[in-house]
Design a protein around this ligand. Structure first.
Ligand code: ATP
Length: 462
């Protein structure tokens, strides 16, 4: 068994060795806090996105989809509070890595600090009071030097003069702003009635100061967000419904309920009604996986104010007019992938004294559903196996054909990428037309007729 502290290292190395996740730009020495998904990684994240879309859009009658652009009007980020709110003096607790506002830390101990002070002045204040500072999250006392940092990533889009004092265009820092600014378009073009939701999956960018822990926190990442518009009266009821749905999502994909938990925010942002995160027990500890928040009418009110457009709703039944309240769920694809990878990862001692690494994915999440192998490359076994692989691909599941190396090594490789079933064509196949199906977890083998394999796979995937 791998000790917890080595588990992360082993997982990162497996992800690279087996084509799940590569560090960005590696042949150029790497590019911090950005990662590329390899052939199996892209299968995994595409599956997670598909599962999310099915649960949040396709199986519901009250949610519609959206794909808004990464570039948006710069005013949007003023309205959202990101332009002002993200340029704070930030410091980080060296123990729990909580990012904290240095001015708030100082205020806690009664030292006046203005957030507009320069870095050097705030650092002096921190240094002078360092014996009294405490991390509000973990209680520890060591902090990194302050950096004034705006998390928004700037671009030079449309800036042909190179004059950087002009209003910069940002790469979006979250996908939900694209949803808020399309609220009116959706209302006008679709037959939706409050309560309804808008869902979106897309890239977001943040100049994260503390980017580490693999794909848990990256500077370019993908978000899956659903913003649900409700009447003020129904907000909390819908919030509880959303929380229940998001919890169930993880259970349906085989998550051990003991490895996720709800964490309620104690300090709410001023507009929020209630905020819970779903935390996952990553190898480096319990950390936020997904946020489920009740946001009140803040978002639409802000955009109405900054755009000058009315963003309210006339209830057709009660004739009541109001600005809809929003409950949201928001999760990063990479963070979710890392949770399911950690969940699936195990190193096991086998009966024969050997050990194996295995990703015990729920079959729905496994990048490859079935691997087809001839016992030997000769005597016509390859041809039989290749034909079987071609037939299996018609099921639309991802299939791999592998004829290289000993059968044991090929099984190990499939275990490491989490393939639930391996089919082997052997000499008996030539005699009686049967093949063996080897199951990843129990490692049991059963014989079935070659022509029944596609139906067998379909049945087991359902
Ligand atoms: P954290 O406190 O970890 O920085 P956050 O509270 O800033 O996260 P939100 O702004 O609420 O996160 O974003 C919603 C979700 O988006 C998070 O729960 C997480 O799953 C994902 N997410 C946010 N930032 C990142 C990132 N840098 N890399 C990967 N996923 C991210």
């Amino acid at each position: 068994m791998i000790p917890q502290e080595q588990k992360m290292e082993a997982l990162v190395s497996l992800c690279k060795r087996r084509g799940f996740i590569f560090p960005s730009s590696e042949i150029y020495g790497g590019f911090a806090a950005v990662y590329d998904y390899g052939p199996y990684g892209v299968e995994l994240i595409n599956t997670l996105k598909r599962e999310w879309w099915r649960a949040m859009v396709q199986r519901r009658s009250d949610v519609v989809g959206l794909d808004s652009a990464i570039f948006m009007h710069p005013k949007i980020w003023e309205a959202s509070g990101h332009v002002a709110g993200f340029s704070d003096p930030l410091t980080e607790c060296k123990t729990c890595h909580a990012r904290l506002r240095a001015d708030h830390l100082l205020e806690e101990i009664g030292v006046e600090a203005d957030e507009k002070m320069d870095e050097a002045s705030i650092n002096e204040l921190l240094e002078a009071s360092k014996d009294r500072l405490r991390c509000p999250k973990c209680g520890q006392r060591e902090f990194t030097p302050v950096k004034k940092f705006n998390l928004l990533v700037q671009s030079n889009l449309g800036n042909f003069t190179g004059d950087w004092t002009k209003e910069p265009v940002y790469l979006r820092g979250e996908t939900c702003q694209g949803i808020y600014v399309n609220y009116k378009n959706i209302l006008d073009s679709m037959r939706v009635k409050v309560p309804f939701g808008i869902a979106q999956i897309g890239k977001a960018f943040r100049n994260e100061i503390t980017a580490r822990q693999f794909v848990f926190r990256t500077r370019e990442f993908e978000q899956m967000e659903m913003q649900y518009f409700t009447s003020p009266a129904q907000e909390m009821e819908e919030y509880e419904r959303l929380r229940a749905a998001r919890w169930q999502f993880y259970l349906d994909l085989g998550m051990n309920p003991g490895h996720i938990r709800w964490h309620e925010h104690e300090r709410l942002v001023f507009y929020a009604k209630r905020a819970f995160d779903i935390e996952y027990e990553y190898p480096f500890g319990w950390k936020e996986l997904e946020g489920v928040h009740a946001r009140g009418d803040y978002d639409l009110t802000q955009h109405a104010k900054f755009s000058g457009q009315a963003l309210n709703y006339l209830d057709p039944y009660t004739q009541e007019r109001y600005v809809p309240h929003i409950v949201e769920s928001s999760v990063g694809v990479g963070r979710m992938a890392l949770a399911f990878l950690s969940e699936a990862f195990a190193e096991e001692e086998l009966a024969d004294g050997e050990s194996r690494m295995v990703l015990r994915f729920h079959p729905r999440l496994a990048p490859i559903k079935m691997a087809v192998m001839p016992l030997q490359k000769k005597d016509g076994l390859s041809e039989l196996a290749e034909t079987l692989a071609t037939n299996l691909r018609r099921t639309n599941f991802m299939i791999e054909y592998d004829e290289g190396g000993s059968i044991g090594k090929r099984y190990r490789r499939q275990d490491e990428i989490g393939t639930p079933w391996c089919v082997t064509v052997d000499y008996q196949t030539k005699e009686d037309g049967t093949v063996t199906i080897r199951e990843r977890d129990a490692m049991t083998q059963t014989r079935i007729a070659l022509q029944d394999v596609p139906a067998w796979l379909q049945e087991h995937m359902n």
